[in-house]
Write a protein that binds this ligand. Structure first.
Ligand code: TXA
Ligand code: MG
Length: 326
């Protein structure tokens, strides 16, 4: 059920549905989320069922503002305070120690919890209205079935779940890839998932260096290899290799899609070519939409040019690497 997320009456209805323990799909600036009230384990259990996601995978809890952190965290490490001050509302999730007795299902049973205050106006209105209806936070993974591409438009959610589910349309997501996740529970900040924020931006706000996730990191579906996968096999190649491969391919009967910077003259005829934007933020914005569109064209293979090895491309490189790993 597609509804206009900018309609105040729709927001009230959706907030009431959340308060009653029902699921609601809502837009954020990163991707669309599949929400349930985070303080109700039975409501959250429906998310795992709808997504087909294992119940021990922790979800992100969306909150209306920085003050709401205290309802879910047993303590807020100073580095988390600094990150929140710098990036909220916005595409950053912090992992903090979880308060006893709340968000157990949302946290996948872990002693920590992921929290994020999104900046999308529809998400903000919904979280505000939900809080007024007694909902302290909304657990919300990306609104796709387990292992599939995250939705960045309301239309992407159609057909994923039960038709009776409320889907709030808030237009295309600005950012386009999921939030950066920083674990603030380990004495030093650890980047669990890169997003559009660069390491330099996060480190400047944290006031200390960012560490990389290691094997001690909790299980997290966002960090599993075969994730964000289109149906067609995807291969990542440096530009030179891609151009050679296209020359060798000649006029093959394969239905091939290419997502790359402009191709040299004379290559790529007969393939479905989408031009990768020059700016990382533009590529992030369209990435999941492009992969979905190529799948819909029924292509058999997707060849993608490796993006530049520069910091601002880290989030896009990460999603492409995972898509290629499946
Ligand atoms: O941008 C986003 O973060 C989107 C929108 C909807 O807000 N949400 C999202 O949720 O990507 P999801 O469930 O697809 O990814 C949540 C990821 C988990 O896979 C895990 O990597 C991490 O967040 N996570 C959540 N809670 C955690 C915890 N307690 N410890 C470690 N990682 C956690
Ligand atoms: Mg996801």
């Amino acid at each position: 059920m597609l509804l206009d997320g900018n309609d105040p009456k729709v927001i009230e209805r959706a907030a009431a549905a959340l308060a009653a323990g029902q699921l609601v799909v809502f837009p954020t600036e990163t991707v669309y989320g599949l929400g349930a009230r985070a303080d109700d384990d039975a409501a959250v259990a429906q998310i795992f069922r709808a997504k087909g996601r294992p119940a021990d995978h922790p979800l992100i809890v969306h909150v209306a503002d920085a003050d709401s952190v205290r309802g879910f965290a047993s303590l807020v490490p100073p580095v988390a305070v600094r990150l929140v001050a710098a990036f909220w509302p916005g595409p950053l999730t912090i992992i903090v120690p979880r308060a006893a007795g709340i968000g157990t299902a949302a946290a996948g049973g872990q002693a920590t919890i992921g929290l994020r205050c999104p900046s999308h106006p529809v998400a903000r209105e919904l979280l505000r209205a939900a809080r007024q209806a007694g909902v302290p936070g909304v657990a919300g993974p990306s609104a796709n079935r387990f292992g599939r591409i995250s939705p960045t438009r309301a239309e992407h959610v159609e057909g994923e779940f039960d038709d009776s589910l409320m889907v709030l349309d808030g237009g295309p997501c600005d950012v386009g890839i999921e939030s950066s996740i920083v674990d603030c529970t380990r004495g030093h900040p650890v980047l669990l998932r890169p997003g559009v924020l660069t390491r330099a931006q996060i480190e400047a706000a944290a006031g200390e260096p960012l560490h990389d996730a290691d094997d001690a990191a909790p299980r997290a579906s966002g960090t599993l290899e075969a994730h964000y996968a289109p149906r067609a096999p995807l291969r990542l190649m440096p530009a030179a290799q891609l151009h050679t491969a296209l020359q060798l391919l000649g006029s093959s009967p394969l239905k091939l899609a290419v997502y790359s910077r402009p191709l040299p003259a004379g290559t790529g005829s007969g393939v479905l070519h989408r031009v990768m934007p020059e700016r990382a933020a533009d590529a992030a914005h369209e990435l999941f939409s492009v992969l979905r569109a190529l799948d819909q064209e029924g292509v058999q293979l997707i060849w993608v040019e490796e993006p530049p090895a520069t910091p601002e491309w880290e989030g896009v490189r990460d999603r492409l690497r995972r898509a290629a790993a499946s």
